[in-house]
Design a protein around this ligand. Structure first.
Ligand SMILES: Cc1cc2nc3c(=O)[nH]c(=O)nc-3n(C[C@H](O)[C@H](O)[C@H](O)COP(=O)(O)OP(=O)(O)OC[C@H]3O[C@@H](n4cnc5c(N)ncnc54)[C@H](O)[C@@H]3O)c2cc1C
Length: 461
């Protein structure tokens, strides 16, 4: 069944069940059809019979997507995925759980169900890679040799870099994070109660590279929109602290996003690092760096009380990536251990039998599954070229997309490349996508999840 047909069937089911109306069905199909037409790889007819031992480290969006595509492009491939997770999460849905749109079980499937048939799944964690020996060590299942490795273990949340709160205490003192399934579930009732009662809401991102730069902004805007719906905007005082030097850095979309924050009276403080949360006193501490006209930098502490807080944990590559000598050793991406991957070919800079993509890759794009979607065909083509002894020629242009939910029913759909230039998918390009649009909301809420589970993870998109 083609990608388009599968997707249409899923949308028809939503229409039959009354989740979406007929006119919504037609609009979603028009917008999603364009995404599908562009993304679907029609070249599966030609299968390569080259054979080599492929080990994929990580079975998330990138790992499962790679395996599924390789299975369609290779005759009788030898693929092992190593991943310890029982559940496979559609993480972009965490924002919609936090905003009360999705239920907790709308965003996951069992990892077993997602594993493409024909791959060996080792349910374990990689603890070390020996790239000169072509071998990976796992925690409990011994070592595995490979000819080619796909490095896709995502990110590690580094809780040690925030004082006063831990993974176990998420939600204490009304300090929440949607960057975790349980955390997303706790966020919604807290956000709802806060927006009805009023008070001071503190929101922040983090100073490391992080998954979906838009997600913390979306939670802030949804909180405001809940207050609008409850008629309590005069009772709330929201404040956003960013670790960056501006709220968003893609020029085509930034002006409207900044305007929305201004319209809603949400001040934004730049260059702020969250250092600690005192969950008993409900107080957050940031370190803000100010750069004077002569370039001198000074830092000072900001302590701010809150009634409701949403925060992000600093993120880095999983420890074994750095410990195995696979990380950048210099430049901006070295500090947090991101994998030393060529930004165009997605091949490791030192070990050319390693391909890296997804969140762990040290490439200057936004860490999103939308980016993974466009990296997959490049990574697969280049891996097969390497296996066949050809020069890898496929190039990734840095495409990423971030649907910034600005209110219930509107999304600012930011699509861009390495140069931060807009890369708007047709027919969305017929609309003014520098502004928030309803059709982008329909895509975000109804289309992107089935596209992810039904098509991307099956190598059909
Ligand atoms: C709150 C939130 C909102 C988001 N919103 C969006 C959005 O709107 N749009 C969008 O496109 N993207 C969004 N994303 C980002 C998107 O989910 C990620 O970019 C995408 O999942 C990255 O895929 P990945 O395979 O690199 O990592 P993941 O999908 O995280 O998978 C990593 C896998 O590696 C495994 N692993 C980790 N360590 C090891 C180890 N040592 N050994 C073996 N396996 C290991 C893990 O178990 C996991 O299965 C969001 C993410 C979050 C958290």
């Amino acid at each position: 069944m083609s990608a388009e047909t599968k997707f249409e069937k899923e949308m028809e089911r939503l229409q039959r069940e009354g989740v979406i109306s007929r006119s919504q069905f037609l609009q979603i199909m028009a917008a999603a059809g364009a995404f599908l037409a562009l993304g679907t790889d029609k070249a599966y007819a030609a299968k390569s019979s080259v054979r080599a031992k492929i080990v994929i480290v990580g079975g998330g969006a990138a790992g499962i997507g790679m395996a599924a595509r390789l299975l369609r492009k290779l005759h009788n491939p030898d693929i092992t995925i190593i991943d310890p997770s029982e559940k496979h999460f559609y993480q972009p849905g965490f924002t919609l759980i936090g905003g009360g749109v999705y239920g907790k079980d709308d965003v996951w499937r069992s990892q077993e169900e997602c594993m493409p048939s024909g791959v060996k799944w080792v349910k374990d964690k990689v603890v070390m890679v020996h790239p000169t020996l072509n071998k990976v060590d796992t925690e409990k299942s011994g070592s595995f040799d490979y000819d080619f490795m796909v490095l896709v273990p995502g990110v590690k949340y580094d809780w040690s870099r925030i004082e006063g709160i831990t993974y176990e205490t998420i939600g204490e003192g009304n300090a929440h994070t949607i960057y975790d399934w349980r955390g997303a579930q706790m966020t919604w009732p807290a956000m709802k109660e806060f927006s009805e009662k009023g008070g001071r809401g503190v929101f922040c991102d983090t100073y490391t590279k992080h998954k979906c730069g838009g997600a913390p902004k979306k939670i802030c805007l949804l909180t405001w929109d809940n207050a609008r719906k409850s008629g309590t905007t005069d009772k709330i005082d929201l404040h956003y602290y960013t670790g960056s030097k501006q709220l968003y850095d893609v020029p085509h979309f930034t002006p409207r996003l900044e305007e929305i924050y201004r319209e809603r009276n949400i001040p934004v403080d730049m260059n702020c690092k969250l250092k600690a949360i005192d969950t008993h006193a409900k107080k957050a501490y940031f370190e803000q760096t100010i750069t004077a006209a002569d370039g001198t930098k000074t830092t000072h502490e900001i302590g701010t009380e809150y009634d409701f807080m949403h925060f992000l944990v600093p993120q880095c590559a999983p420890d074994f990536v750095r410990e195995s000598g696979l990380s950048w050793t210099e430049g901006k991406l070295a500090a947090d251990g991101w994998a030393m991957i060529d930004q165009q070919t997605l091949i490791h800079k030192t070990y050319t039998n390693i391909i890296g993509l997804g969140d762990c890759a040290g490439i200057p794009t936004s860490k999103t599954s939308a980016a993974v979607r466009k990296q997959l065909p490049v990574a697969v083509d280049n891996l097969i070229a390497l296996m066949e002894g050809r020069t890898p020629e496929a190039i990734y242009n840095g495409y990423a997309a971030c649907p910034i939910v600005t209110e219930y029913g509107k999304v600012l759909m930011c699509e861009f490349d390495y140069k931060k230039e807009p890369q708007i998918t047709f027919p969305l390009s017929l609309l003014d996508m520098s502004k928030e649009q309803w059709v982008a909301w329909l895509l975000k809420v109804y289309a992107l999840k089935p596209i992810y589970f039904e098509l991307m993870l099956r190598g059909l998109y």
